[in-house]
Design a protein around this ligand. Structure first.
Ligand SMILES: CCCCCCCCCCCCCCCCC(=O)SCCNC(=O)CCNC(=O)[C@H](O)C(C)(C)COP(=O)(O)OP(=O)(O)OC[C@H]1O[C@@H](n2cnc3c(N)ncnc32)[C@H](O)[C@@H]1OP(=O)(O)O
Ligand SMILES: Nc1ncnc2c1ncn2[C@@H]1O[C@H](COP(=O)(O)OP(=O)(O)OP(=O)(O)O)[C@@H](O)[C@H]1O
Ligand SMILES: O=C(O)CCC(=O)C(=O)O
Ligand SMILES: [Fe+2]
Ligand SMILES: [Mg+2]
Length: 335
């Protein structure tokens, strides 16, 4: 293919796939539509990294697992950075530390035993290195294109369940939390920091659900309580097949923001660790979620921002994202 065609394709790949086509007229004046995606692949870009089988798998299922992607050495460094945060030796600006709801009001223990998840680690240079690892970014580029923003960062330290099943994460779609689009230009990278099994609460996915729409989310009615902001999909077909993603240290799953997923309870005595980043194309744009199913999460984020940062109505939901987002490759365009 010519370089011009390559460039055109690169540009088209940044657009909403429904727009990623060109219209031209044939000799009899009829309009024909031709997409530049080989085999009409909608969710992945053409490059030399993903095999056709891997692309087809993602197109069909909404996720793909890459074995042994992040080195053990890097993961050990991330673990060290997490432990320093838990011991309060460092406290990166903007970091949110969440304790499990079952132990939130118990005595303070200054180590990882109290911490279920840290969020917004973008100002911690060591942890943020995860989001910039070339081996991760080269895959991210297959989904979102060349201009890449790290929009949301987390390290999840799923605690041994305290007996109330609060260590579960209900089934949800991450898009519920995101006021930006297009949806197909967002992807999550989630790396196992140790061996993760059904026993310690691996990710559970409902393959193929990424082809659906964003569903209504709310707190599930769980007897033992639910963690703050752990909304679940209100209605989903309970007969849809579930796949438990058991992974080894360093294995990384990339998944679509509409893929319904969650994680089961941790039935071991260890803290199950994973590090993740949600990436989006820098060409994405913010949307107003008023009068959509996302209004409930917008309101919760507003309350947290107010409590934590003294923010007022002048700060919009999308501003809280623009402040936290970081460019990791290419050019910052509209996010
Ligand atoms: C710049 C704005 C930033 C705003 C943050 C935006 C968050 C956006 C989320 C995007 C996620 C997108 C990706 C999809 C991922 C899906 C998810 O993972 S959703 C879950 C992510 N959400 C969170 O992590 C929630 C954020 N956490 C918090 O806001 C706080 O940790 C907290 C839960 C409010 C606790 O605050 P903290 O100051 O640490 O705690 P206390 O002062 O001790 O308690 C205050 C109050 O809250 C109760 N509480 C504590 N822990 C929990 C808990 N885990 N679940 C429920 N409730 C909790 C505690 O009992 C206190 O209540 P009280 O009535 O005042 O006594
Ligand atoms: N009653 C429920 N409502 C909504 N989501 C649930 C409910 N029970 C479990 N889940 C969620 O469904 C997902 C899969 O649960 P499932 O029970 O299949 O797996 P698990 O708990 O990891 O494994 P196992 O059942 O072998 O312990 C998890 O994300 C879990 O949080
Ligand atoms: O249990 C996990 O690590 C998954 C958490 C998750 O899906 C999320 O935070 O969006
Ligand atoms: Fe999620
Ligand atoms: Mg279960």
């Amino acid at each position: 293919m010519s370089r011009a065609a390559d460039r055109l394709k690169a540009v088209l790949n940044h657009l909403d796939p429904s727009l990623a086509c060109v219209r031209a007229s044939n000799t009899s004046g009829q309009t024909i539509t031709h997409t530049y995606q080989p085999h009409n692949l909608r969710y992945t870009n053409d490059n030399d990294l993903l095999s056709l089988d891997q692309r087809l798998f993602y197109e069909k299922n909404g996720f793909v697992v890459i074995k042994n992607l992040v080195s053990k050495e890097d993961i050990d460094r991330f673990r060290g950075a997490f432990e320093r945060i838990c011991r309060r030796e460092v406290s990166p600006p903007g970091l949110l530390v969440m304790r499990d709801v079952a132990i939130a009001n118990s005595e303070f223990v200054p180590d990882q035993k109290a911490v279920t998840k840290i969020q917004d680690y973008q100002e911690d240079p060591e942890l943020f290195r995860y989001c910039t690892l070339p081996e991760v970014l080269q895959y991210v580029e297959c989904f979102v294109g060349e201009d890449i923003m790290a929009m949301h960062t987390m390290l999840i330290n799923k605690p041994p369940d305290a007996g109330k099943k609060t260590s579960r994460h209900p089934l949800h779609q991450d898009l519920h939390y995101f006021p930006f689009r297009p949806v197909d230009k967002i992807v999550c990278a989630w790396t196992a920091m140790e061996r993760i099994t059904r026993q310690n609460g691996c990710l559970v996915v409902l393959p193929g659900t990424h082809t659906g729409t964003l569903k209504e989310h709310d707190y599930p009615e769980w007897e033992g309580g639910v963690n703050k902001m752990y909304h679940g999909v209100r209605d989903f077909d309970p007969d849809l097949p579930r796949v438990h993603l058991e992974m080894e240290k360093g294995d990384t799953v990339f998944f679509h923001p509409l893929l319904i997923h969650g994680s089961g309870m941790n039935q071991t005595t260890g803290f199950r660790k994973a590090i993740s980043c949600h990436y989006a194309s820098a060409h994405c744009f913010y949307i107003d979620v008023k009068d959509t199913t996302q209004e409930n999460i917008e309101e919760e984020v507003r309350q947290i921002a107010e409590r934590k940062y003294g923010m007022t109505d002048a700060i919009r939901f999308q501003d809280t994202w623009a402040l936290r987002g970081r460019l990791v490759k290419g050019e910052r365009v509209s996010l």
